[in-house]
Design a protein around this ligand. Structure first.
Ligand code: CMP
Length: 138
């Protein structure tokens, strides 16, 4: 049985022209694109998306960064989607990311780490619905 995960190519990776290479890696790893668009968050909406981190010292900086330019949110489908996608992107801190992972290749820093991946099935559903309507999540 397949399930879904949610990802977002972050402003640094989009601005640097890496979105095509990143999407190619995602498809070659066996993920099917369910929904995809290019959009931009306001700092306020970035704050809503990352509300779970509201008390963290990096929260304000994260919201400024995540609203600094266009992003590409994507809903993906695959067997074992959440865990397999986190393996594909690598550790949050690119210094700790395995060779060949998306963050190892494209992340610039702990914050500007190129891509987001949901950490649970429940959050994948919540995060996908933050960007896409029901009819788009087929
Ligand atoms: P992400 O996986 O999208 O989830 C939260 C984001 O906050 C994370 O990727 C980074 O972009 C950012 N982040 C997490 N930890 C730190 C940190 N220690 N310093 C700065 N930014 C961080």
């Amino acid at each position: 049985p397949t399930n879904k995960t949610f990802t977002m190519i972050k402003p640094d990776a989009v601005a640097d022209g890496h979105s095509g290479a990143i999407i190619k890696m995602i498809e070659e790893a066996g993920f099917r694109i369910v929904a995809l668009k290019k959009t931009q968050l306001t700092a306020e909406r970035a704050g809503q998306f990352y509300a779970v981190h509201a008390e963290r010292p990096f929260y304000e900086s994260l919201c400024t960064y995540m609203s600094s330019g266009p992003i590409i949110p994507i809903i993906l489908e695959k067997e074992n989607a959440v865990a397999d996608f986190r393996t594909l992107i690598g550790a949050t801190n690119p210094d700790n990311a395995d060779e060949g992972t998306i963050r190892k290749l494209f992340a610039k820093s702990m914050q500007a780490n190129a891509i987001h991946g949901s950490d649970s099935d429940e959050n994948a559903q919540i995060e996908g619905s933050f960007f896409f309507g029901n009819v788009e999540q087929f």
